[in-house]
Design a binder for this molecule. Structure first.
Ligand SMILES: Nc1ccn([C@@H]2O[C@H](COP(=O)(O)O)[C@@H](O)[C@H]2O)c(=O)n1
Ligand SMILES: C[C@@]1(CO)OP(=O)(O)OP(=O)(O)OC[C@H]1O
Length: 157
């Protein structure tokens, strides 16, 4: 068994789509980033890389490499999971939290879980996603951006 944790933050920006958990969420702001800035998938990818002792997303997908500019983070997460599979691991479960004052995530949670479960070739019950505000405190509370954290458990196939 291997456990990993991940954390990521992206700032809001105008004229960007808001992509979280592989979904496009209608909102007046998107997130700034070199890739599509999918803060949730980045936290999960970092958790997965941590679990297999492979550093972090910036090491594998540097933001100095134009190849990753505008990258679909679902592709990044898929590549990360293939790394884990090639090392003989499969998903036990993962749990993630989105920290966002706005927008409301509740209606997107199930489709996010479905998307993530598919990327991990796993069952829906193995993937949990939650959302919380930060009660108007800190950068998320001031609506300056969104954070996400994730923990993942892998086991040998
Ligand atoms: N961006 C968000 C934040 C929260 N939720 C849902 O609301 C519940 C209450 O949030 P608190 O921060 O007040 O505890 C939370 O448990 C989520 O179900 C959300 O959908 N989107
Ligand atoms: C994903 C990458 C690469 O496009 O870019 P960003 O979208 O800026 O995301 P970040 O979470 O800062 O870290 C990893 C980067 O290397």
């Amino acid at each position: 068994m291997r456990i990993g944790q991940g954390f990521d933050v992206h700032a809001f920006a105008k004229d960007r789509p808001l992509i979280i958990g592989g979904l496009s969420i209608p909102y007046e702001y998107g997130l700034k980033g070199h890739s599509d800035a999918d803060v949730l998938l980045h936290a999960i990818a970092d958790a997965c890389l941590g679990a297999i002792g492979e550093g972090d997303i910036g090491r594998h997908f540097p933001d100095t490499d134009p190849v990753h500019a505008g990258a679909d983070s679902a592709n990044i997460l898929e590549e990360v999971f293939v790394l884990a599979e090639n090392k003989g691991y499969t998903l036990v479960n993962l749990d993630a939290t989105i920290i966002a004052q706005k927008p409301k995530m509740v209606s997107y949670i199930l489709p996010m879980r479905e998307r993530i479960a598919k990327l991990f070739r796993a069952d829906l019950s193995q993937v949990n996603v939650k959302a919380t505000t930060s009660e108007r405190l800190g950068f998320a509370g001031r609506e300056e951006g969104i954070a996400a954290m994730a923990v993942i458990l892998l086991e040998s196939k």
